[in-house]
Write a protein that binds this ligand. Structure first.
Ligand SMILES: [Zn+2]
Length: 392
């Protein structure tokens, strides 16, 4: 039995309670077994001690939307997805190490080709490569003429069903369907749906049948509303969401997964494809619309969490952007931890520092509740009770 006693200067456990000063977290075989004031003691003398008395400790970050193999700053994301499985796996190996080192201990992957995400998830679990715990989609379901189509498309109810079933047979944790247009592909950004009502319903049904859920890429408008009405659990991006769209999300208790960095950070689409005026125009327009609408959306009561959409290591930017849009620092930390776990339906396992949960936590130099840049100073990452040693 491996027992570790972690002394924390300040503990933000993600449960919504008060900050604990000088706390003790005990971890037994990768799971948290107790949390309380250090003064209460009660740890076996054989326990190994981790001294974080000068640090701010919080749950590991949960990135609810990424792609393991992609780097938006390299441009032509669909071209990147069309590479063979070996370049994809090698890129994923580099990218995911970066994510883990920056404090992301769980990540939801929203579409890869060649089922690379399934293999990479299993390689991480087997200890072959370092990386966050992954939840994977397998191939994203995209219409032949829709956004997100790389090597494979799925058209018609039967084909969508077959695609969803193949993903699930290969080990996908959830189903991803591309409903509306996107920022990184040329042409206008349609908010109509590339799929029919029946096709979306088929994806939702197949996910439901095996006890999981469907997630929809949707920026807003009629496509977003169709996906919500057909029963998806999460709406990905929502950059063009209207007040009416947000009201529907609230009514149906559907999660909004915000992804800011990919179009707001200079190293995202701007660096990758920003030299193409048609793309840069879309980037600028998305920035404008989001800056105008999100302060209102995020205060509306809609349930939200965050994803980097392949901006590896940039979860801090996502959470800092929430704060810039008026979210309190404490709620931003929750969006990056417990709320992400709830959105991905893994809150029984991760998202808070509580007895019974997996020992996923990070230590920061500085207090993000006072200064959100502290999130960029991750000095220790623990996943499943194991401290990650960055060798890059
Ligand atoms: Zn994505």
């Amino acid at each position: 039995m491996a027992v570790r006693a972690i002394r924390c200067g300040t503990l933000f456990d993600g449960t919504g309670g008060v900050l604990l000063r000088d706390a003790l977290v005990v971890v037994t075989d990768g799971r948290i077994t107790s949390v309380g004031p250090a003064a209460s003691g009660g740890v076996a003398p054989s326990a190994e001690t981790v001294d974080l008395r000068d640090r701010f400790v919080m749950p590991g970050l949960i990135d609810c939307h990424s792609h393991a193999s992609l780097v938006p700053g390299e441009g032509d994301q669909l071209g990147q997805l069309r590479r063979g499985p070996v370049p994809q796996a090698l890129a994923a190996t580099r990218n995911l190490r970066r994510d883990l080192a920056a404090g992301t201990t769980t990540m939801r992957i929203m579409g890869e080709e060649h089922f690379v995400d399934v293999d990479v998830r299993d390689a991480i679990e087997a200890g072959v490569i370092p990386g966050p715990r992954l939840l994977v989609a397998g191939r994203g379901l995209a219409a032949d003429n829709g956004h997100g189509r790389a090597l494979t498309s799925y058209d018609g109810v039967d084909d969508v069903r077959r695609g969803a079933r193949e993903n699930l047979r290969r080990g996908a944790n959830h189903v991803k369907i591309f409903v509306t247009g996107g920022v990184s592909s040329p042409g206008p950004m349609p908010t109509g749906s590339a799929y029919t009502r029946e096709e979306i319903r088929a994806a939702v049904e197949e996910a439901d049948r095996v006890g999981t859920y469907a997630a929809a890429h949707a920026h807003g408008g009629p496509g977003l509303q169709l996906a919500v009405r057909e029963g998806v659990r999460t709406i990905e991006h929502g950059a063009l969401a209207t007040d009416e769209d947000i009201a529907l999300l609230i009514e149906r208790r559907v999660w909004l997964i915000c992804t800011f960095a990919i179009f707001m950070h200079p190293s995202g689409i701007e660096q990758g494809d920003g030299h193409r005026p048609a793309i840069m125009d879309k980037v600028r327009s998305a920035r404008r619309v989001v800056a105008e609408n999100f302060p209102r959306h995020l205060a509306s009561g809609v349930r939200f969490a965050c994803g980097t959409d392949s901006m590896h290591g940039l979860m801090p930017f996502e959470l800092q952007t929430l704060v810039r849009f008026g979210v309190s620092p404490a709620d931003a930390l929750l969006a990056g931890t417990r709320w992400g776990a709830e959105a991905c339906r893994i809150d029984n396992e991760v998202g808070t520092i509580e007895p019974g949960k997996r020992a996923d936590l990070i230590a920061l130099d500085g207090d993000p509740l006072k200064d959100m840049t502290a999130l960029e100073r991750v000095s220790l990452v623990m996943k499943n009770g194991v401290v990650y040693e960055d060798q890059s």
